[in-house]
Design a protein around this ligand. Structure first.
Ligand code: SAM
Ligand code: SF4
Ligand code: SF4
Length: 353
């Protein structure tokens, strides 16, 4: 069986499916569990305060280890790799990792798309290096234009202008389209929805609204704090009429809408109220080398230990295939029941958003 696997992957991508017939297409890699913000919905300061112990350097996968794992995934059909975290631009030299990953090609010769999600604080000074390294896609998170609201959401003294400057620098280098992610929390930043639309709708940036999710176990999530996709769209539509667009590709999680007057596009990611587990093709590699088959998983498969024991690619490939073939995750679909269960969920900053 092992030999057959190796034969197949040496000639073409081996497409593997999980128990719900979902293919493995996307790999998200958390390159650091650290961050220079403390967004209340992700890394609340009460938990991630000055006494919080982040992963020691020795436990974090090296770039060489990440490259090795990523290459195996590409052989298994992964077409898109997203670097995330934590804040990925805080990982020293991340552009060197991007450069190596951008050289990967799938068995049929297609280049792999390399994407990155960042809070944008270090983007102005990193954008050129990211471009030179071959980064294909850039997503920047920004939860409002009001300084007061942004600082409240990110529990920081960082400035909106720093993020906007980063976006402008990246646009000037030709990253297009840049996506801006905005998580909406009721009565915290929902009044920023329309100003954000107004600001970005003529700029070539695709603004994407994300329903606030119950990731991890620390953000104190309550359904009452979620502004649903439907409500977000109604609010925008009453100012700027919208019409729905077709997805760019099968399995796209954001529903796309354009302004009727032709002045731009938005996306809405309804992870809570319109779940997309049925076509979820993502796997996540944590900062310390564990593989998680769902954002809401409690346990992962450790790849670091076999890598550091000098196990060969055949064994690592076997671990990956086994995990995916046994995968039955659909947490969001089952959310209502699942949140009543006393389960421990992994934090997003560690597993990769
Ligand atoms: N630090 C980077 C950033 O903020 O863009 C990358 C990591 S962050 C975990 C990735 C994305 O997850 C961000 O767009 C963030 O807004 C989103 N996110 C984090 N916690 C969330 C939550 N509880 N619900 C919805 N989205 C969340
Ligand atoms: Fe940091 Fe991103 Fe999480 Fe905010 S959402 S705390 S920027 S990792
Ligand atoms: Fe995928 Fe899990 Fe999210 Fe469902 S809940 S879309 S299976 S990551």
């Amino acid at each position: 069986m092992l030999d057959r696997t190796v034969n197949i992957i040496s000639t073409r991508p081996l497409l593997i499916a999980d128990t719900l017939q979902r293919p493995l297409r996307d790999l998200r890699i958390s390159v650091t569990d650290r961050c220079n913000l403390r967004c209340t919905y992700c890394m609340p300061r009460e938990v991630f305060g000055k006494d919080f112990v982040f992963l020691p350097r020795a436990e974090i996968l090296t770039f060489e280890e990440i490259e090795r794992v990523a290459a195996l995934f590409v052989q298994l059909g992964v077409q898109k790799i997203r670097l995330t975290g934590g804040e990925p631009l805080m990982r020293h030299g991340v552009e060197h990792l991007i450069e190596a990953l951008a050289r990967l090609t799938s068995g049929d010769g297609r280049p792999v798309e390399i994407a990155l999600t960042t809070n944008g604080l270090m983007l102005s000074r990193k954008a050129q290096a990211l471009k030179d390294a071959g980064l294909s896609r850039l997503t920047v998170s920004l939860d409002g234009l009001s300084e007061e609201i942004f600082q409240r959401m990110s529990d920081s003294t960082a400035s909106v202008m720093t993020v906007l400057d980063g976006i402008a620098a990246a646009q000037a280098l030709g990253f297009s389209p840049i996506k801006v992610n905005m998580v909406i929390k009721r009565e915290v930043n929902d009044k920023e929805i329309i100003p954000m639309v107004r600001h970005f709708r003529d700029s070539g940036v695709v603004l994407r609204f994300i329903e606030y999710m119950d990731v991890g176990s620390t953000n104190g999530w309550r359904m009452d704090d979620v502004v649903t996709a439907r409500e977000i769209l109604e609010r925008i539509n009453s100012h700027y009429p919208l019409r729905q667009l077709d997805p760019n590709y099968q399995g796209e999680v954001a529903k796309r809408w354009s302004f009727v007057d032709g002045r731009g596009e938005i996306g809405v990611i309804a992870s809570v109220t319109q779940t997309f587990c049925h076509e979820c093709s993502r796997i996540r590699l944590s900062t310390d080398g564990k593989l998680y088959s769902c954002l809401f998983a409690s346990d992962g498969v450790d790849l670091r230990e076999p890598i550091r024991r000098n196990q060969d690619d055949t064994l690592l490939t076997r671990l990956i295939i086994d995990q995916w073939q046994h995968r039955a995750d659909r947490y969001s679909q089952l959310r209502h029941e699942a949140t009543t269960l006393p389960r421990r969920k992994i934090e997003m900053s560690y597993i990769g958003g």
